[in-house]
Design a protein around this ligand. Sequence first.
Ligand SMILES: CC(C)(COP(=O)(O)OP(=O)(O)OC[C@H]1O[C@@H](n2cnc3c(N)ncnc32)[C@H](O)[C@@H]1OP(=O)(O)O)[C@@H](O)C(=O)NCCC(=O)NCCS
Length: 160
Amino acid sequence: MRLIRYQPEHQKPMLALHRSAVEEFTLGMSQQQDEADLVTIDEVYLRSRGEFLLGFIGERLVAMGGFKRLSDVVAELRRMRIAHDLQGQGYGTLMLRELERRAFQSGVRTLCLETARRRPLTLEFYRKHGYQETGRSFYGAVETVQFSKTLDEKVCESAA
Ligand SMILES: CC(C)(COP(=O)(O)OP(=O)(O)OC[C@H]1O[C@@H](n2cnc3c(N)ncnc32)[C@H](O)[C@@H]1OP(=O)(O)O)[C@@H](O)C(=O)NCCC(=O)NCCS
């Protein structure tokens, strides 16, 4: 998988990948509200000391994910999605490691995230990668679990 930084020309396939990931949820908000950050990636992520990466296999967009800066040392991991038919094959791990590496190198020491509670495999994925549960919340109507991880130089050892 080839990882590259988001560019505006990727907006359409990126939104399609995101929508396929959330289609089974009743979000309790409009598509416009849910996608507010995804139509302003440059502003929300890239020009605000964050990151937003896409993963391609050949010409196909198969992975996405980014982090949004919350302070000098804290960022929120957001919008991690792997295409349904390619989940469980290591691509999420590759994406996560690269985001963690870039976050650490840009000064981030804590990454937090929120994910749907009724996705046991996703919760397991973050636990396996050293994230610890910090609380519960809601994203619109979706019950979520919050996680956080303290980054250290080890995140630079195994990344792409
Ligand atoms: C969570 C996610 C990013 C993980 O990426 P991935 O490429 O599937 O994960 P990896 O292959 O790197 O890691 C596999 C591990 O993650 C977990 N996992 C998470 N989702 C999985 C899936 N669909 N299939 C298999 N394993 C999965 C398992 O614990 C697995 O461990 P194992 O290999 O020891 O069984 C990805 O599955 C995904 O996008 N899921 C949907 C999340 C989503 O749609 N969220 C929207 C609502 S918040």
